[in-house]
Design a protein around this ligand. Structure first.
Ligand code: CDP
Length: 217
């Protein structure tokens, strides 16, 4: 744990497992800052589109990283990200970002840059941070780790209910197979399978899990 008493709650899981909603609700209930790390990888993918760079061309992506300013902050209790001072907004959820974000996220230097920024957030206060490698890589020492899962069928249905045509299974495969920080159930994490649960039930289960993991709430 860091020298100050701030702590991180790590929420990991595959695409469309409901982890963002659960993380947001937990942060509200516990009065913690909510950090969406997927948005950070999405913002880098978005920048490659703006500059017409092939997301799988590592050298080109790295040259771009040298050239852009990535600013991470917090607004109203939630993480924000600016690329050269601009907020990509809703464009982060667009199909062209969905289809290239996993390639960008597989580049070790991209991960290194963003993981540093993710760890710095702990200086601002206690956090709920959601992503793929929070319990395994970003904050491996935190005792508070939850992995939210759901069947592929349920996850696809959730995405299409949001009106999105996201290729979740393709992203999951890429995220699980990559060499650097693949999607895994982190050591010490408790798995919650949300396939048959509504959101309130998942949040209650997550609160109970955090109590079992020793969080005084
Ligand atoms: O919300 P959704 O599950 O669709 O994905 P996201 O959390 O916005 O993450 C988008 C993509 O960013 C993932 O498919 C991963 O490729 C990457 N990512 C990652 O590699 N590590 C993280 N900590 C968070 C996201």
């Amino acid at each position: 744990m860091p020298e100050n008493s701030n702590y991180a709650v790590a929420i990991d899981g595959p695409a469309a497992s409901g982890k963002s909603t659960v993380a947001r609700r937990l942060a509200e209930r516990l009065g913690l800052i909510m950090i969406n790390t997927g948005a950070m990888y999405r913002a880098i993918a978005w920048a490659t589109i703006q500059r017409d760079i092939d997301a799988s061309d590592t050298a080109a992506v790295l040259a771009m990283l040298d050239d852009i300013e990535v600013t991470c902050g917090v607004n109203d209790g939630t993480s924000t990200i600016l690329i050269d001072g601009s907020d990509p907004g809703e464009a982060l959820r667009a199909d062209d970002v969905n289809s290239r974000v996993s390639a960008v996220a597989a580049i070790p230097e991209v991960r290194h840059l963003l993981v540093e920024k993710q760890r710095e957030y702990l200086d601002l206060g206690s956090l709920v941070m959601e992503g793929r490698d929070i319990g395994s890589v970003v904050f491996p020492d935190t005792p508070y780790k939850i992995y939210i899962d759901a069947s592929e069928e349920v996850r696809l249905a959730r995405r299409s209910a949001e009106g999105l045509t996201d290729v979740v299974s393709k992203r999951d495969e890429e995220d699980s197979k990559r060499k650097t920080s693949p999607l895994v159930v982190a050591e010490g994490a408790t798995v919650i399978d949300s396939s048959e649960m509504n959101i309130d039930e998942v949040v209650d289960a997550a609160m109970e899990t955090l109590r079992e993991q020793g969080l005084n709430i």
